[in-house]
Ligand binder design. Sequence first.
Ligand SMILES: Cc1cc2nc3c(=O)[nH]c(=O)nc-3n(C[C@H](O)[C@H](O)[C@H](O)COP(=O)(O)O)c2cc1C
Ligand SMILES: C=C(O[C@@H]1CC(C(=O)O)=C[C@@H](OP(=O)(O)O)[C@H]1O)C(=O)O
Length: 326
Amino acid sequence: MRYTIFGESHGPAIGVTLEGVPAGLALDWDFIRAELKRRAPGQDDTSTPRREADEVEILSGVFEGRTTGTPLCAVIRNTDTRSRDYSKLRDMPRPGHADYTGQLRYGGYNDYRGGGHFSGRLTAPLVFAGAVAKLALGERGVTVTARVSNIGGISEPTPEQARARILEAKREGDSVGGCVRCTVEGMPAGRGAPDFGCNVEGIFSQYLFAIPAVKGIAFGAGFGFAAMQGSEANDPFCLEGGAVRTATNHTGGVNGGITNGMPVEFEVVFRPTPSISKPQRTVSLSAMEERELVVEGRHDPCVVLRAVPVVEAAAALAACQVLGLD
Ligand SMILES: Cc1cc2nc3c(=O)[nH]c(=O)nc-3n(C[C@H](O)[C@H](O)[C@H](O)COP(=O)(O)O)c2cc1C
Ligand SMILES: C=C(O[C@@H]1CC(C(=O)O)=C[C@@H](OP(=O)(O)O)[C@H]1O)C(=O)O
């Protein structure tokens, strides 16, 4: 399953074209809507107040409720835009966001309003694509689940701790980042290869780094390996009901770029939201002078809570690619 995401945060619509979707897949709309709702903006004071219904409109690739196997195109209308907040950012790029690099890359023709194509808003069609991928994976016994594992430096926070940390940063006109841990269960053993392009960790990483604000990924024990000895790190082989398994899963289900039949497990880190209301240093690109910038707009003081279904979506698409490799 290959996807192309299109649109801009303040354009008429955003969407996705999915190719390689198996024909005959029944689209469960209660499930798809619930997935989009998990990510949708404007649901409480830990997220952006921008309110979007995120209703999906299918343009192609679905007939009588089932996928046709030909390109599936879905759009989501943008309805609650406030572009005036962004007028000064063309000249004075926000530190941490893609205003400066986007302008360089596209010669100044990029739509900078609301972050344009770089906006976290573009993760809405990604979640739709991921929901289709999850439905296809479900037929093969593969499930994808993720959870928050860190908010603003608090490891394994309770929902109350997470909320308190985010609101504390928000009160200061600031933001926090955090981590999401994801498990893909039911992946058959023996998929992937050690080489560039086919390596399971590499494939997952490519999909996960396409999520805005993701800055790192680690499989299994991840950076914790640095403090382990081989005897602790190795996952002993064992037999479970006649099948070869491992007693622990420090390696995150992958050895030599190939699945070993244990759950594929990884953690991603999200940077703190770039758009904060504290004054920051930037440069006026027209005057070529340093300036102070106060960012306006309606921003997430932390993207991590809303990003959990986005991580699952990216992982589901990656898992589809891994399963289609051989
Ligand atoms: C679900 C989600 C919501 C986001 N919301 C915001 C936001 O409100 N304000 C903001 O400045 N960045 C937000 N971001 C992050 C930016 O889109 C991202 O940092 C920016 O595109 C630059 O990309 P990079 O951080 O990967 O370099 C969000 C990201 C995600 C995944
Ligand atoms: C709208 C969404 O999030 C947006 C992501 C975002 C960014 O820079 O990433 C900036 C804000 O955009 P705006 O200033 O237009 O309100 C968020 O609201 C969404 O996720 O659906």
